[in-house]
Write a protein that binds this ligand. Structure first.
Ligand code: S3P
Length: 437
């Protein structure tokens, strides 16, 4: 892991231009390692995100005996060991900053016949895990958390799991995925019902590796005891990483950028819907399907944005993009109101509070509420903002500089490497006046 003292310095102004490919999709990259490891035979992955989060997943599966070769930039070859082939790791598995690794792997580890301990960094160690341990224990798993329901997770092996019908209390793809992955190890059928659509990469990839998943509306079911077959997986660029450039190009006059090969899965495209509703000029070009996932090129040109009340149905569809959307709101004419987004308070940081604090430093009226925020668009000033080690906060404020009246400094940016290594170089190439220490 890199140190925590990386600082971004961003001079005011500039425009974004060019045709670029942003980092690979984080959610799909994690799942490619997990399902590839549990498959029979070899899985080859292209476009794998070599960010710290996905590397944590990769190292965890290596520690459980899976041979995973890094063939080159974004190319990974996994020799699957089958659903029953994982081995007891020699030490606790350190999942760093990655909530996806911990929540999805808890479902897999609950089905093993050995004990595993999952640990993480300071941020992950504060995040809620009962949302996964509760349903897993109801299936028959034995797991200990800290008193507050946070990591470390001690998962005791050798407990047989029973399929269950789980109604999720919150819209969370991590919880849904955890239960379905445990369901592969459970007797009988496991079903999840979600309160609103969330990203469905797990379901799509399970089907892609030959494990039947039935979906009907909000309900998803699978039978335990199946098998996965190794395959070839092409990972698209991450719409969550593209979002920073979509916002940057929208707010900076004279911008015209094309983001190539971006995943536009309908459970992830809320940022396009929301920005368009704010008046953004976004064209989705060359739509195609790659390995069961919809992909397109996205062209964004500058536009005058206006404040909106963000429709609550869009919240889970844009859950990781709100820090960037808040920057768009700060540059928009009028007020933007977000409600129904209390989940943002338990991400890598409390994204409602941390964004409100940073926008206020820059002179914007941003009022946090229990489940959202109210932002009045205005002129952004200069100053020093704290990212609290949250990658998406760092990158969102970097883009804000395109419209500030003076330079901004962003502290604690090392975790940008969890999801978007190379962000600074790519953003600078596109026209952002950014350097880091
Ligand atoms: C993810 C699901 C989302 C998202 C996270 C990645 C996934 O979390 O915020 O970055 O890959 O399943 P929740 O399930 O907690 O909403």
């Amino acid at each position: 892991m890199s140190g925590s003292n990386t600082v971004f310095y961003v001079a005011a102004g500039g425009a974004l231009a060019g045709t670029v490919r942003v980092a690979g999709d984080k959610s799909i990259s994690h799942r490619s390692i997990m399902l590839g490891s549990l498959a029979e035979g070899v899985t080859e992955v292209n476009g794998f995100l070599e960010g710290e989060d996905c590397l944590a997943t990769m190292n965890a599966f290596r520690a459980m005996g899976v041979k995973i070769d890094h063939l080159g930039e974004g190319q990974v070859r996994i020799e699957g060991v089958g659903l029953k082939g994982l081995k007891k790791p020699a030490a606790a598995l350190d999942l760093g900053n990655s909530g996806t690794s911990m929540r999805l792997m808890s479902g897999i580890c609950a089905g093993q016949d050995f004990d595993v301990t999952l640990i993480g960094d300071a941020s992950l160690s504060k995040r809620p895990m009962r949302r996964v341990t509760d349903p897993l224990m109801a299936m028959g798993a034995r797991i200990e958390t800290s008193e507050g329901g946070t990591p470390p997770l001690r998962i005791f092996g050798g407990h047989s799991l029973k399929g269950m019908d789980y109604v999720l209390p919150m819209a969370s793809a991590q919880v849904k995925s955890c239960v379905l992955l445990a369901g592969m190890y459970a007797e009988g059928e496991t079903c999840t019902t979600e309160p609103a659509p969330t990203r469905d990469h797990t379901e799509r990839m399970l089907n892609g590796l030959g494990y039947a998943v039935q979906r009907s509306g909000a309900r998803t079911c699978l039978q335990g005891g199946g098998t996965l077959s190794g395959t070839q997986i092409d990972v698209p660029a991450d719409i969550s990483s593209a979002a920073f450039f979509m916002v940057g190009a929208s707010i900076a006059p004279n911008s015209d950028i094309t983001l190539e090969n971006v995943g536009i899965n309908p459970t992830r495209d809320g940022v396009i819907t929301i920005l368009r509703e704010m008046g953004a000029d976004i064209e989705v070009l060359n739509r195609r399907e790659v390995c069961g996932e919809p992909v397109a090129d996205i062209r964004v040109r500058s536009a005058r944005l206006k404040g909106i009340h963000i429709p609550e149905v869009q919240v889970p569809l844009a859950i990781d993009e709100f820090p960037a959307i808040f920057v768009a709101a700060a540059c928009a004419e009028g007020t933007t109101v977000l409600t129904g987004a209390e989940e943002l308070r338990v991400k890598e940081s409390d994204r409602i509070q941390v964004m409100a604090d940073g926008l206020q430093v820059l002179g914007i009226r941003a009022e946090p509420t229990a489940d959202g925020i109210r932002i009045e668009g205005g002129q952004l000033g200069s100053g020093t903002v704290q990212s609290h080690g949250d990658h998406r906060i760092s990158m969102s404020f970097a883009m804000a500089a395109l419209r500030t009246s003076g330079p901004i400094t962003i502290e604690d940016c090392a975790n940008v490497n969890t999801s978007f290594p190379g962000f600074v170089d790519l953003a600078a190439r596109c026209g952002l006046n950014i350097t880091q220490n």
